[in-house]
Design a protein around this ligand. Structure first.
Ligand code: ATP
Length: 214
């Protein structure tokens, strides 16, 4: 059965790291990847760009290809949603047997035990962990314990069940982060080749970052 894979994030702004690792995951898993911009809850630092600006940047970045798609379901809701709730909604929409795959960078995966109802995520989806430079892969003990019996050996194992497996996917290590791109833009430096060309083509897309403060 066709898989559905998602890469959630703030995308403030989308950068080449997001796009390249998502594309490599789409190829390795033989499925389109949905980039899913998140509503940031009020107790977390606000993104520099508004939801509409983050969507506009993603749309511009994704133009001209179809392996990476935009899914705005979290921004379409009035309130920030936990990932577990988004996956529950997708389960209802796509049915109980549809394989769902949550893609996470290694840094995000290591922080999983701080997420709302994190153990329930495994009941809802597979998790594919993408290598990210600067992150050793060391895991908190409770997470290591939870996934010990969930390891998939090959990507094809993810086809056989709707969720519950964890698979490490090596992708090209790209030491690019949105925070570094924001700092560079705030300093008036040129972000070329760290962010998609389409973001440079329209100055309005990067307007949110062109002021001091990073
Ligand atoms: P910030 O620097 O603002 O924290 P970020 O660059 O980590 O942002 P996010 O939008 O928070 O970007 O990331 C969304 C998802 O993409 C996370 O799972 C993150 O681990 C992953 N990701 C982002 N950049 C990379 C990268 N260069 N390599 C691998 N995974 C990445």
């Amino acid at each position: 059965m066709k898989r559905i894979a998602i890469l959630g994030g703030t995308f403030d702004p989308v950068h080449i790291g997001h796009l390249r690792v998502a594309l490599e995951a789409a190829e390795a898993l033989d499925t389109p990847v949905r980039l899913m911009p998140a509503h940031v809850p009020p107790h977390r630092p606000a993104p520099r760009a508004s939801p509409a600006q983050r969507v506009a940047m993603l749309r511009a970045a994704l133009t001209g290809q179809d392996r990476l798609q935009l899914d705005t379901r979290e921004l379409d809701r009035a309130e920030p949603s936990y990932t577990v709730d988004t996956l529950r909604q997708m389960r209802v929409e796509f049915g109980a047997v549809q394989p769902l795959i949550l893609l996470l960078g290694a840094d995000a995966f290591a922080g999983l035990p701080t997420w709302h109802h994190w153990r329930a995520l495994f009941d809802l989806a597979h998790i594919v962990v993408l290598t990210r430079p600067g992150h050793s892969g060391a895991l908190p003990a409770e997470l290591a314990g939870e996934i010990a019996v969930r390891r998939a050996r090959v990507a094809a194992d993810l086809h056989a069940s709707p969720g519950g497996k964890v698979f490490d996917l090596p992708v090209t290590p790209l030491e690019i982060s949105a925070s570094a791109v924001r700092a560079l833009l705030a300093a008036g430096r040129d972000p070329r080749w760290l962010i998609p060309e389409a973001l440079l083509a329209d100055p309005a897309l990067l307007a949110a970052y062109r002021h001091a403060g990073g």
